[in-house]
Design a protein around this ligand. Sequence first.
Ligand code: GTP
Ligand code: MG
Length: 201
Amino acid sequence: MKIKSAEFVVSNSEVAKCPNTLIPEYAFIGRSNVGKSSLINMLADRKSLAKTSGRPGKTQLINHFLINKNWHLVDLPGYGYARVSKKDKKYFQKFITDYFERRSQLISAFVLIDSRHEPQPIDTAFMEYLGKRQIPFSIIFTKADKLKPQALERNIETYKSILLATTWEEFPNYFISSSTNGIGQEEILGYIQKINDNLSV
Ligand code: GTP
Ligand code: MG
C-alpha cells in the first residue's frame, strides 16, 4: 500500500465521542513505551504524526488518523495500571475496554509486544480479553532493531511456545517491526490493504 495521505483527525477521552463515520479502523494497543506511536509514524511515513516519547505514558487519548482518505489508524494509550492488586482485577482502564467493546468501526487490533521480553501477564491477559470477546487481533513484535537476528528469532519462538503451552491453541497472526529501520511496514500495510479490499467488494 502506498501512503498518499495521512492526517490527524481528532483526539478523544471517550469512545462515544470518536468519529461517527463508517470508515474502517485499525487500533494499536500495548504497554506504555512499547512503540505504538512510533510504529504509526513509521507505517504512515510521517515523522511526527503521532506524538512519541522516551517516557512512558505519552499518549493519553484515543487518537484517530485518516490514511489515504479511506481508513483510520488509531493510536491508544498504554494499557494497565502501574500497580495491580490481585483482588481488584481492574487490569485495564475503562475507556480502553469501552473502546474495544463499543467501537463497531474497529476491524482489527494490533497488540504490540516488545520483542526483547518474555510474555508479561498484562499482555497475555489483554490478548485473552480480546479472544474472549472475539475481537480480531494480530501481534506485532516491536523494536526488532534492538536484537541480533538470532536472538530475535529465539525470543519469538520462546514467546510462541509459552502462549501455546498456556492459553492459545493456535498462535495469533504476527508481524515483526522496527520503527527505526522500517521493518514490517510493507507486511503490516499489505495486511490492512487486503482486509480493506475485502470489505469493499
Ligand atoms: P505511550 O504513548 O507512552 O503508551 O508509548 P508508545 O507505545 O506510543 O511508545 P513510543 O512510540 O512513544 O516510543 C517509546 C520509546 O521507544 C521512544 O523513545 C521511541 O523512540 C522508542 N522506540 C519506539 N519504537 C522503536 C523501535 O522500533 N526501535 C527503537 N530502537 N526504539 C523505538
Ligand atoms: Mg504513544
